[in-house]
Design a protein around this ligand. Structure first.
Ligand code: 15L
Length: 264
């Protein structure tokens, strides 16, 4: 699918910048977009259009002729419902409508925050009940259901990546569980483009971390094997935890304490 132009939303975000550079190096023709100016020099074979995901006509124009949409745009932190609503709910709906009109495959970045209220002692399978930890996590759960609807009803394929933490290195103890290396992540995106059939697949976006919270997903189906692991960084981050027991109890970490009001 990377033979045709590939639409990448959220190109100025942390993951968007990484993918813009790495996928251009792989020779992909990228159609980049974001609501803010492009934060990096325009890569080779790439164009950039500043577009708001809430503008459905503009999203449709951007998607024209694309076989693959990497939808990394939207709010990426815990915010008020009203802040999340437009970019993440309406915006993702526009992406799926555009994918439907182009018969394009979508890579939808779900998140650890869609399951953030599981405790860290729990090991999750791909078909676990979603337990979002806030409005951001809820928008990821919505995105997963949107993908499911468009697959079941319109045969639009998606890979739903429940991303842990895409970072160059592990900053604290929690992320020993959720870490995915840049290289593992870029290889995963390549597989999302190259795999022949993906249907509506769920992938846990983590490297081979022995402290991982998650197991069982569609990685065999799409042909992805992570090669890196956080294990070698455990010594360096030992004791790097917060002093908040709620943050340390749940898989979602610090997003949970925004407006948390359980007493137990
Ligand atoms: C996410 O979903 C966020 O977008 C990212 O900024 C990190 O906070 C990550 O989860 C995480 O919880 O490590």
């Amino acid at each position: 699918l990377s033979d045709k132009p590939v639409l990448l939303t959220g190109a100025s975000g942390t993951i968007g910048r990484l993918l813009s550079v790495k996928l251009a190096e792989l020779g992909w023709t990228l159609r980049l977009t974001d609501v803010v100016p492009l934060a990096i020099p325009l890569p080779q074979n790439a164009s950039f259009d500043r577009v708001d995901l809430e503008d459905q006509q503009a999203v449709n124009r951007l998607a024209e002729g694309c076989g693959l949409i990497l939808h990394f745009g939207g709010i990426s932190t815990e915010q008020s419902f009203e802040t999340v609503l437009g970019p993440n709910l309406r915006g993702s709906f526009h992406i799926y409508e555009a994918a439907r009109s182009q018969k394009a495959r979508v890579v939808f970045p779900s998140s650890v925050h869609a399951v953030g209220l599981y405790e860290r002692t729990e090991i999750l399978d791909q078909d676990c009940l979603l337990r979002p930890d806030g409005y951001y996590g809820l928008s990821k759960a919505y995105g997963e259901m949107l993908a499911r609807l468009y697959w079941d009803k319109h045969a639009i394929e998606s890979v739903l990546i429940r991303i842990g933490s895409v970072l160059p290195e592990v900053p604290d103890e929690r992320i020993l569980s959720t870490w995915i290396s840049h290289n593992d992540f870029v290889r995963l995106i390549e597989r999302c483009a190259e795999a022949q059939h993906v249907g509506c697949s769920v992938i846990w976006g983590q490297s081979n971390n022995s402290r991982g919270f998650w197991r069982h997903d569609a990685r065999q189906k799409i042909g992805w094997t992570p090669l890196d692991s956080s294990d070698g960084q455990a010594e360096r981050v030992r004791g790097k935890v917060t002093d908040n027991p709620v943050v340390e109890r749940y898989q979602g970490g610090k997003f949970i304490v925004v407006d948390y009001s359980r007493a137990d």
